[in-house]
Design a binder for this molecule. Structure first.
Ligand code: ZN
Ligand code: ZN
Length: 141
């Protein structure tokens, strides 16, 4: 049996469900339009080497990362303030998209804008990301 009988997102048994079953364009089945939406987001975020194309998927991943990382910069420990919106911290790809990284939360960390800029400056100076352990104690050339 290859057919799945549980919701691809929440694992709810679809046999016990009355009413409509939702199917996405890669054939996964869901118990609700909400689960389908999250399922399609995750699918879009999981594609290596590509930015998520499904509208809302990136914002969904960033929301998860902000809350998982406690609204705190993972390099310097700065706290994100709630307002104004332009101080919201960006999520950073640990393995860059162009090196085949995906946009699932496991490949993202929350950084403040300064630390994010710093990582990208190092990236462009060296053409690759420095390894994490060296990041804190290196001087700029
Ligand atoms: Zn579900
Ligand atoms: Zn920081």
């Amino acid at each position: 049996m290859t057919e799945t009988h549980t919701c691809h997102h929440c694992s709810r048994n679809l046999h016990e469900k009355r009413g409509r079953i939702f199917t996405d364009y890669v054939g996964h089945k869901y118990c609700s339009s909400h689960c389908k939406r999250i399922g399609v987001f995750n699918w879009s975020l999981s594609i290596p080497g590509a930015r998520p194309m499904v509208p809302g998927a990136w914002e969904y991943a960033v929301r998860i990362v902000r809350s998982r990382d406690n609204y705190t910069c993972q390099d310097c420990g700065a706290q994100q303030t709630v307002k104004p919106a332009y101080t919201l911290f960006p999520a950073h790809h640990i393995i860059p998209i162009k090196h085949g990284g995906n946009s699932l939360p496991a490949n993202l960390i929350l950084l403040c804008k300064d630390c994010h800029d710093r990582r990208h400056t190092k990236l462009s100076e060296r053409g690759h990301y420095p390894d994490q352990a060296k990041l804190g104690n290196e001087e700029k050339p």
